[in-house]
Structure formats: C-alpha cells, structure tokens
Design a protein around this ligand. Structure first.
Ligand code: 4AD
Ligand code: MG
Length: 464
C-alpha cells in the first residue's frame, strides 16, 4: 500500500502526482455540470481533500451519487492545483471505490455543529469531528515534545508501576485492586477482609503518582521521568478532574526547588512553542472556534518569564484584594481553585509559580524549610486552567522524613524502601508532576477536561 496521506496531498509539492487516498466522506456536493465534489478526510490533518468525481466514472450514478457523510472510500487520481479558495490542491478522480456505506438515517454525526455534551455520548465517533481530530493531533504533539524535551536533556524514561501498595499523596483517594470474589465474600458472614488471601497477599491499589518509585531511579540515574496513567478516586465532578489521567513526572537528583521551578517553566514553554509551530492548522482552528484569545495568550506564555510568588505573599494579595471569594483565605489553609485562578487570570494575567506552602497541608515527602512552618513545594498556575503542575524538593534527611511520616500516621514499615534512599547515599533531589490533560486544555483552550482525553473516566461514568 502506498503511504500517501491527505496531509501530503494538500501540499503544493503533490501537484502532478498520481496518488491513492483512503478516508471518510465529509460531504458530497453535486454540480449542475454532471459531476460531484467529494470532501474526504483521513484524520492526517484538519483539512479535507476536495475530490472532483466526473459523471463519466462507471459507478457515478450507482454509487458516487449515493455517498453520504461517514462513508469510507479509496480514491485514485491526479493531484491538481485548485482554483478554489482555502486549498492549494484538489484531486481529479480516476476511480472511486466505496469500502463501507454509512446509513444517513442512523449515523449520529451530521454536517452541522454538534454540542460537546452530545459528542461525549458518542465518544467512539467523535474523533471524526474537526474538534476532536484536532485535539487528538495536538495531544500527540504534546507527548512527542515531552519525550524530546527530556531526552535532549539526558533524562531517562522509566516505567513506574500502575499497581502499588503505597499512597504517594497520602490523600486516601485510591482505587483498590483485588482478585477476591467480593460477591462471594458478601454472602459469607461479614467479617474482616483477609488480604493475605488476596492476589498480592496484601492491600493493593492503582497508583496516584509514580513519584516515590521515580525517586529510587533518580537516586541512581540522576535524571529520570515517568509518563503514564494515574488514578484518583476523588469525588470531584469538575471540568478539571478525571479519575484516570496521564501524568508526566520528572525527578532529578541534586536539584533544589529553584532548579525544579526553572525546569518546569522551560518544559511548559517548550510544549507551547512546539504546538504553535508544528500544529499550525489545528491551533488556528482552536483560536477561531474554541477560544479567540488563545493564540495571543500562548505566544505570551512562550516568550515571557513566569512570576514566582511565595504562598505567604499570595495569601496577603488575596486577603487584600477586593474580589469576593466563596471560600475564605487564611494562612495555613489550602488555596481553592477560585483563588489560584484569580492570581493567574486577574491579578497577574500570566503563569504564576507559587512556592513554599504550609507544611500541614502538604504530603510527607516535601522538604521542610528552615522556618519549620513551610515546605519546599511549588505549584504552577496558568490562565484558563489553574494548577497545571505540582512539585517539590524532597525531604532527604532521614530523621526529619521519619518525623513527618509519623505525624501523618503513615506506617513506616510499608515505606522501608523509600526510607532506605535516605540511609544509603542520600542526596537532595526534586521533581514535579504535569497533568497531561490539563496541558492539553491549556494549549487548545478546551473548557472541559472530558473533551481532551479519548474516553474520560469520571464519578459515575466509565462508558466505552
Ligand atoms: O499536584 P499533584 O497531586 O502532585 C503529585 O501527584 C506529585 N506526586 C507530583 C510529583 O511531584 N511528581 O498532581 C500533579 C498534577 C496536577 O498539577 C494536575 O495537573 C494533575 O497532576 N492532576 C490531575 N489531572 C486531572 N485529574 C485529576 N484528578 C488530577 N489530579 C492531579
Ligand atoms: Mg497538586
């Protein structure tokens, strides 16, 4: 099979070539002159290839004139310069072969615009729409930029487990993994669950973060990153939370919090810059149809410094501001997304890195600062999304880590291997986590996180 995509045939360089394309009909328009225009898309790019199908073709009346949105076709013909506006090329068909018919009465995707809510109900067909095709291509570009960014900087890509026995974030938002027969157990007399009878002979969960395991590799290979699915059983039905999402987590030995923030900023800028330069057609589409201020905002993010602000200073700005918030701001309380978005969208109108949060609201692994009240944590906030990255310098001092774990009621024996890193050649180190879907939201301007992952998992919903 020839490897010609529609993206290839839309280039001026294809003019004069005889090619075969394979794809799906978007629209058919019959001309009075006894021929038809077919708009064909194969997902390789946003744009369609316009195919001119002449009335002389042997299957013109019997098949071509019956083509409707969604039919799959294989078409051979010559690429020509297009007299029409908005496209450089078109194709004069020599043959149009219908591969799969698509009943217009029952096919839910029509030429008109559909709401995102409706498209969510047909998640198996929505990648055939302009918006979801564009989201998929930009998501792909982001993943490629992630790997290139780290590989160019001599990071090693490692794979941390999906099934784990430790709760990295200590928030108790984990899905349990078991091979016990729950129905059978329920029928038996209710008693305590005996996990030694379970598959792993202990309680196990889906990971909320690969960080703890990534730390072990950073304390050997110096710079590593993990990039995989993570799971959170938090009951937040918001436009920014998923129960299953993808996270990129770099971890660096000998990095402090400043180094961590500098890397996070360069990382976001690289992804934004790549999407703007390599996904021009899709990005223009988002700028035109999804968010009019998107491109200007992203250009600015790619070219200006992020603001760094301590949590303490942020609390002061928030308490002094005239804005009314649903939740009160108070030193020692976690910031709500309304506070974060006020800072990045209204007060500063640019990405903001908040750092040095109160120790009491952060997980055990974050490094205690000299003031004894705060830890070396940082969150990157961006306009339109809010928190996009969470990270910290890790506590490398054995005694202090042990003390913090006890204070948070963790079972030290379960984390023996994590503590070992602090016993044997301990080093300062730091890392962060970027939520892939929030990054896709930021780059595309898509409002709802359910629309930037192919099959969203949220409370009460695991269809497809
Ligand atoms: O701030 P979080 O919870 O940090 C960690 O998990 C650290 N262990 C990361 C590290 O230091 N290696 O999560 C990191 C990021 C958030 O900033 C957000 O972008 C994303 O992961 N995230 C979610 N995205 C979608 N749905 C959810 N429920 C998310 N929870 C976190
Ligand atoms: Mg966080």
């Amino acid at each position: 099979m020839e490897d010609q995509t529609i993206a290839d045939t839309r280039q001026v360089s294809a003019i004069g070539q005889k090619v075969t394309i394979r794809g799906w009909i978007r629209t058919r328009r019959d001309s009075k002159g006894g021929f038809s225009f077919l708009e064909v898309n194969d997902g390789s790019c946003l744009g369609n290839l316009q195919v001119v199908a002449d009335g002389e073709l042997p299957n013109y009346e019997s098949e071509i004139k019956k083509l409707t949105t969604g039919c799959s076709v294989v078409i051979t013909g010559e690429v020509k310069e297009s007299p029409a506006k908005g496209q450089k090329t078109e194709m004069q068909a020599d043959s149009v072969k219908v591969i799969g018919w698509c009943d217009p009465e029952s096919y839910p995707l029509q030429k008109k615009r559909h709401s995102f809510e409706f498209l969510r109900e047909i998640a198996h067909l929505r990648p055939r729409s302009n918006t979801f095709g564009a989201v998929a291509r930009v998501r792909n570009q982001i993943c490629q930029s992630v790997h290139q960014f780290f590989q160019e900087r001599q990071f090693f890509y490692i794979h941390t487990p999906v099934i784990t026995a430790s709760d990295c974030e200590g928030a108790g938002e984990m899905f349990q993994v078991t091979s016990l027969n729950l129905e059978k157990m329920l029928k038996a007399a209710p008693k305590e669950v005996d996990y030694t009878q379970d598959f792993f002979e202990r309680e196990a969960h889906l990971t909320v973060s690969g960080q703890l395991e990534a730390e072990t590799y950073a304390c050997a290979l110096s710079k590593v990153y993990t990039f995989g699915p993570t799971f959170r059983a938090e009951n937040s039905n918001t436009s920014r939370h998923l129960a299953e999402f993808w996270m990129i987590e770099p971890e660096m030995a000998f990095y402090d919090l400043q180094d961590d923030m500098t890397l996070a900023e360069a990382f976001i800028k690289r992804i934004v810059g790549d999407c703007l330069s390599k996904c021009e057609e899709d990005m223009d589409f988002f700028g035109k149809w999804v968010d009019k201020s998107l491109l200007e905002r992203l250009e600015k993010v790619a070219s200006s410094d992020f603001l760094r602000l301590s949590y303490t200073d942020a609390v002061e700005i928030l308490t002094k501001s005239k804005q009314t918030f649903e939740y009160p701001v108070d030193w020692g309380k976690d910031l709500q997304s309304e506070h974060e978005r006020f800072l990045t969208e209204k007060e500063f109108k640019q990405p903001v890195i908040l750092h040095d949060y109160p120790r009491t609201i952060k997980p055990f692994y974050m490094r205690l600062n000299n003031d004894d009240r705060t830890v070396a944590a940082m969150d990157v906030l961006v306009p339109g999304v809010g928190e996009i990255i969470g990270g910290s310098q890790r506590e490398e001092r054995y005694e202090i880590l042990e003390e913090r774990m006890k204070a948070q009621d963790l079972d030290l024996e379960e984390y023996w291997w994590y503590l070992d890193l602090r016993r044997f050649g301990s080093v300062p180190h730091a890392g962060f986590g970027l939520g892939l879907e929030r990054m896709v939201q930021f780059v595309t301007g898509m409002e709802n996180i359910r629309d930037v992952i192919p099959f969203p998992r949220t409370p009460g919903s695991a269809e497809f």
